[in-house]
Design a protein around this ligand. Structure first.
Ligand code: OGA
Ligand code: MN
Length: 280
């Protein structure tokens, strides 16, 4: 197994691994460590079945079942949820616009997803160039780069996160809204395995800072959300068919670049790993 950093701050490619062949414990542990260190990992040229993706997901924790998998699932693998712009028999086979704005998965939940994995089945291209990149921003590096006075001022603050804050293009049922009432999380959180701190603040999902008035809240959310996505903290993944990308939702935020249209097709299989309650 060989590791190549993607940028100075964010992401790493893991080479020399065939996920379909299965992994021994030592390799599995080493892969998880690379994710802990770099926030995003990717493995190219993989050829896996849905079952093998779910098995690989288990390496990072317990696979979750997304509420969208009922509509956009794969028969026999309820852990997989399809992200796609493809229609079949006039109906979408997956969520088309998953995460156009910067976010971290399920921050509106009491126990947000620890990690998310996408497997690229189809990648849109233009003249052979990949479209539909996914950008990642390292919120731990962003925390490290803050001046000490600002770190001290925000360490320990909590923010309200609300499912309905983000403008979602896919319909959200009353049942889902009832399942995810507004919740508060620390806006600086420690990684459950490494203890490394990250900024945990998302422009649209984080609707206020507890103990601050509306104006102060909005100004702080804006400033920190802008800080996290500065160029030095970003890795933008250019997809190839057969890529497996895994990201840590405590360490990085991400966003989908929607620069393609049918007949340019994009199809990803998505799995998530259950997380724990974010801690300061
Ligand atoms: C997601 C997501 C981005 C993409 O699946 O959580 O934000 O590029 N996806 O598909
Ligand atoms: Mn997402």
């Amino acid at each position: 197994m060989e590791i190549r950093k993607a940028t100075d701050t964010t992401g790493a490619e893991i080479l020399g691994i065939d996920v379909a062949a299965g992994l021994d414990r030592k390799t599995a542990y080493a892969i998880r460590k690379v994710l802990d260190e770099h926030g995003v990992i990717f493995l190219r040229n993989q050829c896996i079945t849905p079952e093998q993706q779910v098995d690989f997901t288990r390496l990072f924790g317990e696979p979750d079942i997304n509420f969208n998998a009922l509509r956009f699932g794969i028969d026999g693998s309820p852990e997989i949820y399809i992200i796609s712009n493809i229609n079949k028999d006039g109906k979408p086979i997956g969520t088309r616009r998953a995460g156009e704005t910067w976010h971290t998965d399920m921050s509106y939940a009491k126990e947000p997803a620890a990690a998310t994995m996408l497997f690229a089945v189809e990648v849109p291209t233009l003249q052979g160039l990949p479209l539909g990149d996914t950008a990642f921003a390292n919120a731990a590096a962003a925390w490290d780069a803050l001046p000490t006075e600002l770190q001290d001022a925000i360490n320990g603050l909590r923010g309200t996160f609300d499912f309905r804050g983000r403008k979602r293009n896919s319909p959200v049922s009353a049942e889902d809204i009832a399942k995810y009432p507004p919740i508060d999380h620390p806006i600086v959180r420690s990684h459950p395995r490494t203890g490394r701190k990250s900024l945990y603040i998302v422009r649209d999902d984080c609707t206020s800072i507890i103990g601050k008035d509306a104006q102060e809240s909005a100004a702080l959310i804006e400033a920190l959300a802008d800080h996290i996505v500065k160029p030095e903290f970003i890795y933008q993944h250019k997809w190839q068919v057969g890529d497996i990308v895994v990201w840590d939702n405590c360490t990085v935020q991400h966003r989908a670049i929607l620069d393609y249209e049918l007949p340019q097709r994009r199809l990803m299989w998505r799995t998530t790993v259950k997380g724990t309650i974010p801690q300061l």
